[in-house]
Write a protein that binds this ligand. Structure first.
Ligand SMILES: O=C(O)CCC(=O)C(=O)O
Ligand SMILES: [Fe+2]
Length: 221
């Protein structure tokens, strides 16, 4: 049995989305959510730009195409005895992720080797730094290691917005975190599309050995 169901949404103007007829408001609500999350993503990116001490709008100019963003509406079934895996431990490949979770809980983030529950709080959005920012900042900002554990009570719903970057962008540590400050890059450069494709392969052709799952360490120097 599949313990998770999801609805994948691309930018509303993309014409990729196929909506069910019912409930009738489904399309409008999700499209509106996408538009709002997209704005939050851009705002966060500009705040992160300043937190990293980068020249004004550097990340905005680098990440200037919103057509690679996507959102997933997720439903996790309740855990059964001895089986509670929702989404296994991972880091998001994209730039920055926004998570709206309901009151059920189950999202956990790893800090200093320990799993910390991200306790649901109404009206809040969880922000996860992804691999793109980790590489650009030469690991000054770390991609959050997280997972979802299913609880026994009831279904869990979440809306996850992936503020992404265009596939033909070359991703490598920025000079501000390397040669400008005399530090070696921690990653070789790569075409983002290649990494996203490798990550997709993890899902379509899961390797039998967990050490063969492609992560950002693939490009580590
Ligand atoms: O459903 C969640 O809370 C998180 C999902 C997630 O980490 C992902 O889709 O990458
Ligand atoms: Fe994730």
């Amino acid at each position: 049995m599949n313990n998770e169901a999801y609805f994948l949404l691309f930018p509303p103007q993309s014409n990729f989305n196929i909506f069910p007829q019912n409930p009738p408001r489904f399309r409008g609500v999700l499209e509106e959510l996408f538009v709002q999350m997209s704005k939050v993503g851009m705002l966060l990116e500009s705040i992160i730009n300043d937190c990293l001490g980068l020249p004004t709008n550097l990340l905005k100019e680098l990440n200037d195409d919103r057509s690679w963003d996507f959102m997933v509406a997720l439903r996790y079934l309740p855990a059964s005895d001895g089986e509670n895996n929702g989404i296994g431990e991972h880091q998001d490949a994209n730039s920055v992720t926004l998570v709206i979770q309901d009151g059920v809980g189950g999202l956990q983030v790893r800090k200093n080797g320990e799993w910390i529950p991200v306790v649901p709080a109404e009206g809040t959005i969880v922000v996860n730094v992804g691999d793109v920012l980790q590489v650009l900042s030469n690991k000054k900002f770390k991609s959050a290691t997280h997972k979802v554990v299913r609880t026994k009570e009831r279904n869990k719903y979440s809306y996850v917005f992936f503020h992404n970057i265009r596939g033909d962008k070359w991703i490598e540590p920025l000079s501000q975190f390397t040669k400008d400050i005399g530090l070696p890059p921690k990653y070789i450069g790569f075409l983002y599309k290649e990494y996203q494709d490798l990550r997709m392969r993890n899902k379509t052709h899961p390797p039998s050995r967990s050490e063969d799952v492609i992560r950002i360490t693939h490009y580590e120097i």
